[in-house]
Design a protein around this ligand. Structure first.
Ligand code: NAP
Length: 282
């Protein structure tokens, strides 16, 4: 399968370099700015295309690695070319293949979303860590196996998901990464109210955050859970609820702590958390 990229950005560079290093033939890159396509071509030992038609013609699979808001527009520029039997892929976590490539079945091409659950932060170095990434694939059933084989043959882990749950899947990624930042930010602000400078607060929290995440990853959520909710320490949780300056912060605490009761019950099935649930609902 010869692969071409439209969009010489972080993901285009990274996937292309990883594929090339694992024996996949790249045709090359087309991008909005020619110099970025040339840079990516040089980085991956492939070609820089001046026009998209030629790239499409030369490639069996076209990865549209442009920003999410441009994917459908780019697709619409290639549907008048002969794309029958080609695989058109995007890497967005937020859209299904069907959403990104409307009416693709009428073109004779096959659409796929191939999303790395991974922060691709640098054009030139992230490919070295890509083997750690987990991918989720969805799209046209007819050639899904070929897309699975593409990832499998280069040593990448993946799962096929149904397009119907793609948004839920993306929400899970967001909860586990972006939303955790909101909680850490709240903790930094609370320490600020205790007299800590921002940098100092983060420094103080680092061992707690690191070892907690390590424990979650090795022992699972129930295995890692400690603290007043798990201990059923209603008095301490009651005191916490009184120390917040705004309802928004208190509601955030209540909502997260209520979720933790479910995890605590899993860890301690014989413990009665009724009073804890009541104080968090009040
Ligand atoms: N970065 C991540 O952590 C990450 C993780 C998972 C999935 N993704 C997904 O990967 C995709 C690409 O993201 P990215 O982070 O690689 O973005 P990026 O670094 O901003 O790169 C996007 C590239 O697309 C090119 N481009 C934009 N509009 C174009 C157009 N109309 N025609 C041709 N090229 C165009 C730009 O080209 P020029 O440079 O030539 O202007 C830019 O280099 C997105 O769907 C994103 O959701 C990203």
């Amino acid at each position: 399968m010869k692969i071409g990229f439209i969009g010489a950005g972080k993901v285009g560079f990274t996937l292309g370099k990883y594929f090339a290093e694992h024996g996949i033939t790249l045709t090359g890159y087309y991008s909005r700015q020619r110099e970025h396509a040339a840079q990516a071509a040089q980085f991956t030992g492939s070609n820089c295309y001046e026009d998209v038609d030629r790239l499409v013609k030369d490639s069996d699979a076209i990865f549209v690695t442009v920003v999410d808001g441009q994917i459908t527009q780019v697709y619409e520029t290639i549907i008048n070319l002969d794309i029958s039997d080609k695989y058109i892929c995007h890497c967005s976590g937020a859209m299904t293949a069907r959403e990104a490539f409307p009416d693709i079945s009428q073109t004779g091409a096959y659409g796929y979303s191939i999303h790395p659950l991974f922060p691709v932060s640098d054009k030139f170095t992230t490919y070295q860590k890509l083997a750690d990434a987990f991918f989720c694939i969805e799209g046209d059933g007819k050639h899904l196996q070929e897309m699975e084989d593409l990832l499998k043959n280069v040593g990448l882990r993946y799962r096929v998901i149904d397009g119907a749950v793609k948004t839920k899947y993306h929400a899970a990624a967001s909860v586990s990464s972006n939303l955790v930042i909101a909680l850490i930010d709240e903790a930094v602000k609370l320490l600020g109210e205790c007299g800590f400078e921002d940098g100092e607060a983060l420094e103080a929290l680092t061992p707690l955050i690191r070892s907690n995440i390590d424990n979650v990853l090795s022992a699972g959520c129930a295995g890692a859970l400690t603290g007043p909710v798990e201990r059923n320490d209603v008095g301490t949780v009651g005191k916490h609820l009184q120390c917040f300056e705004t309802d928004r912060e208190r509601d955030l605490y209540k909502s997260c702590a209520t979720s933790l009761i479910g995890v605590a019950r899993e860890k301690n099935p014989d413990r009665d958390y009724t009073d804890m649930a009541k104080i968090l609902q009040g």
